[in-house]
Unconditional design. Sequence first.
Length: 73
Amino acid sequence: MLRPSRTPRITLDGQLVGYWDREAARLEAIAATTRFAWQKRRLLRKAAEARAKAERSRRRETERGQETPPAEA
């Protein structure tokens, strides 16, 4: 008897990829509207950290064998 293929499980790393990509986009949007350069630099630095965290989780998912779709620009 053949079992129907299961949908792949969504792991925590899989969820984190989406979260950190959305957070980076949010921070970049806020940075685009700030008045002061120091605020913009800080927000862009936080966005870069969020993208790095998303990439780390994406790499873990790839190692696990579960491909995650690339981040949308």
